[in-house]
Design a protein around this ligand. Structure first.
Ligand SMILES: Nc1ncnc2c1ncn2[C@@H]1O[C@H](COP(=O)(O)OP(=O)(O)OP(=O)(O)O)[C@@H](O)[C@H]1O
Ligand code: SF4
Ligand SMILES: [Mg+2]
Length: 331
């Protein structure tokens, strides 16, 4: 196994739930991420899939310290040494941000319409004081723009002049301008036309080849994850229920939830983008089911499933599944 870049252990994010009305009281909490272990190797892409509300965005943002973490551990193994990311605060956390960046879903909402493309891309460099002069910033912006296939003639324009695909290139250039080791890409192609999606995925793969960046790629689209990810993690109600190399997961999904996800998709042709929707209601994340969280919808549930939460365990060396009966149920 190659060297890990990011190691996440027992990560939990809980959001408070307040009552409505004049006197808002705290009445409970949402377990958006609930005990996630995940290890990302240098230069790989891990896809993160699951239904809406399963906690994908929250997990990605928690690793970037963009939402408060309730519990757990996040470590980065950088060339200069190991960093305990949850121990960082203030100026040290701000400076660490050059190592990890986010690419947003919506290229229309995420770029400031009053800034030129040059200023949008330059902002992280300038904010972190990573360039000595304006000339150095310009040089770096031109270089990364070219790598992201943005016409440098356009750097003085404003984002409204660009199409969705071009805007997403700007978002990617901005995320990469500081040379981060790690990117969280939160549904980066979901808002784009199918014809543009492949361009952006190819660009991301080329950039990864050049820079060796590690990607956590969040998507609800299994066809997209099949194209870009080396491994895939499947989330359900805040937990990872299955993690395997992409091809292995597609050929032999073992968790009943993953199997349901695959059978819910009529076609895996690239470009068919459909929300993952399964039979049965998603339980309220403020009151998750006991034991295995999938037991209320699982066709194979038995009494033990209601009582005991299944551990994420290895059925093959790199194929992890959180189901008590995975061996028996394997198709
Ligand atoms: N800031 C917040 N405050 C309160 N609850 C939140 C907050 N952000 C997310 N949640 C809740 O946490 C749970 C996980 O949400 P999250 O956005 O991480 O899911 P997701 O898998 O990214 O969904 P989608 O596919 O719709 O983007 C949901 O129940 C959501 O309502
Ligand atoms: S542990 Fe039980 S409820 Fe959960 S997925 Fe396995 S069989 Fe279904
Ligand atoms: Mg999301």
């Amino acid at each position: 196994m190659s060297a890990p870049l990011v190691e996440v252990e027992g990560l939990a994010v809980r959001f408070p739930v307040h009552s409505r009305g004049l006197f808002r009281r705290r009445v409970g909490q949402i377990h958006a991420v609930d005990g996630v272990d995940l290890r990302l190797e240098r230069g790989e892409t891990v896809g993160l899939v699951g239904e809406s509300g399963s906690g994908k965005t929250t997990l990605g943002r928690a690793i970037l310290r963009a939402v408060p973490v309730s519990e757990g551990r996040i470590r980065f193994h950088l060339e200069e040494g190991e960093v305990d990311v949850l121990a960082l605060a203030g100026e040290r956390l701000r400076r660490f941000r050059r190592h990890m960046q986010l690419v947003f879903q919506d290229p229309y909402a995420s770029l400031d319409p009053r800034m030129t493309v040059r200023d949008i891309i330059a902002e992280p460099l300038e904010a972190l004081g990573l360039a000595a002069s304006r000339a150095e910033v310009d040089e770096r912006v031109r270089e990364i723009a070219q790598r992201c296939r943005i016409n440098v003639e356009y750097l003085r324009r404003f984002p409204h002049a660009f199409s969705g695909g071009q805007r997403q290139r700007i978002g990617i250039a901005r995320a990469l301008v500081c040379n981060p080791e790690f990117l969280v890409l939160d549904e980066p192609v979901s808002a784009l036309d199918v014809s543009i999606q492949a361009d952006i995925l190819n660009l991301l793969m080329d950039l990864q080849d050049s820079f060796g960046t590690t990607y956590l790629f969040i998507t609800h689209d299994l066809a997209v994850v099949g194209q870009i990810a080396r491994r895939v993690a499947v989330m359900y109600l805040g937990r990872i229920v299955e993690l395997a190399p992409t091809e292995e997961l597609f050929q032999r999904p073992l968790h009943p939830y993953t199997r349901a996800l695959f059978s819910a998709i009529p076609s895996l042709e690239p470009g068919r983008s459909e929300r993952l929707v399964l039979a049965g209601e998603v339980p309220d994340p403020a009151h998750p089911p006991s034991g295995c969280r999938f037991h209320t919808r699982c066709p194979f549930a038995r009494p033990r499933c209601r009582e005991e939460p299944p551990e994420l365990r290895a059925l093959a060396p790199d194929h992890l599944v959180a189901c008590h009966f995975a061996e028996e149920l394997a198709p």
